[in-house]
Design a protein around this ligand. Structure first.
Ligand code: OSB
Ligand code: MG
Length: 374
């Protein structure tokens, strides 16, 4: 099997409302879509990076450069197995340790392509003979707000829609007061927080005090390379620490768990450099009795469907950041859009590949720039 062409589509979609994390605000989500063409078949992927490096160093620009100038020429020069191309591609790409989101996007497109060629849903390819869920549990992630009234309305709305847990973004100056208010107003709702690396060593006591709020977990309080600080905090608190940004590779994740730096892992295949690495982290956590859940990065439909597929694996035991399309988008680029069922789940599509159709007309509407590599 050979790749005939690779399309790179830079799109920008306005969010229904601004999303604020510790490092900045997102109002328009920029992203790079990747479409592989092989024979009459195609495979879609969505790279995780945004216009600015608010989450990790990668951006739409770096992802495009790496795919266009480095990965695409390599991938198009090779012939790939008809059965098992995604893992062969992952092995090939593993010699580049950097730019995980660029590598993940390419590998992800190969998974969709292979699943479509075999006429099976992509989650069945991930699972092999393992049992998979037919619906995945969903929580919502809410950005930082200056006005508690706004946050209050968002939580009310999320609970009414059936979200299974509420994740609040926190940052220095937006932590204890917010959590105290939320607990006073909403009682014992399932609640967790995500700091996106917003704290330092000096905040140890402040963070240890978060035990008072009975949180499901505290996600990524310190910088990504501060495993030792996470381990020291975990030793002090009963709230489970969850790693997101720090869990960069399966090897680093295993080391973090050895150090006691976390009791829960957030799996984002984009951050880990691909679905294969994501599944490896799932498996190594399962062996150690560490539950995982699927993180999100304001994905549009293609990335959302890829994430739903991976979250069907058995050790995804906690609510995932996989909200309905309308949580972020006026109109998502897939048909149908992702919706919640009455129990706060997303039903996993069983059509081939990622399952739902990509609306070319909407991709065109949001298009900033297109490059076709032949
Ligand atoms: O850390 O999980 C994160 C959004 C942008 C960057 C980082 C993160 C997030 C989210 C959004 O929390 C989760 C979602 O996509 O619903
Ligand atoms: Mg996070």
């Amino acid at each position: 099997m050979r790749i005939d062409a690779i399309e790179l589509l830079h799109i920008s979609i306005p969010l229904v409302g601004p999303f604020r994390i510790s490092r900045g605000v997102i109002t328009h989500r920029h992203m790079l879509l990747v479409k592989l063409h092989s024979g009459g078949a195609h495979g879609w992927a969505e790279a995780g990076a945004d216009l600015l490096p608010l989450y990790t160093y990668e951006t739409v620009g770096t992802v495009r450069h790496v795919i266009s100038d480095l990965l695409a020429p390599e991938l198009m020069a090779e012939s790939w197995p008809d059965d098992g191309a995604p893992r062969a591609v992952a092995a090939h790409l593993s010699r580049w340790p950097w730019h995980p989101m660029a590598k993940a996007a390419v590998e992800e497109a190969f998974w969709d392509l292979e699943a479509r060629r075999k006429g099976m849903p992509v989650h069945k390819l991930y699972a092999g003979d393992r049992p998979v869920r037919d619906r995945v549990e969903v929580g919502i992630s809410l950005g930082i707000q200056d006005d508690f009234g706004v946050l209050e309305a968002q939580i009310d709305d999320a609970l009414a829609q059936g979200y299974r847990r509420i994740k609040l973004k926190i940052a220095a100056g937006h932590d204890h007061d917010v959590l105290r208010n939320v607990r006073n107003r909403f009682g014992d709702i399932p609640l967790m927080v995500d700091a996106n690396c917003g704290y330092t060593e000096r905040d140890m006591d402040l963070l240890a005090g978060l035990d008072d709020y009975d949180l499901i977990m505290l996600e990524q309080p310190f910088e990504y390379d501060e495993l030792e600080q996470h381990a020291r905090l975990q030793e002090r608190i009963k709230t489970p620490v969850c790693l997101d940004e720090s869990a960069k590779t399966p090897e680093i994740t295993a080391k973090a768990l050895d150090m006691g730096a976390a009791q829960i892992i957030n799996i984002k295949c984009s951050r880990l450099g691909g679905r294969t690495a994501g599944i490896d982290v799932h498996d190594l956590c399962e062996e150690r009795g560490i539950p995982v859940w699927c993180g999100g990065m304001l994905e549009a439909g293609i990335g959302r469907l890829h994430n739903i597929a991976v979250a069907t694996l058995p050790n995804f035991k906690l609510s995932n950041d996989l909200s309905a399309s309308r949580r972020y988008w006026e109109r998502d680029i897939i048909d149908p859009e992702v919706e919640l069922d009455d129990d706060g789940n997303v039903v996993v599509p069983h059509e081939p590949g990622i399952g739902y159709a990509v609306r070319d007309d909407l991709v065109e509407r949001y298009l900033v720039d297109r490059e076709v590599i032949r």
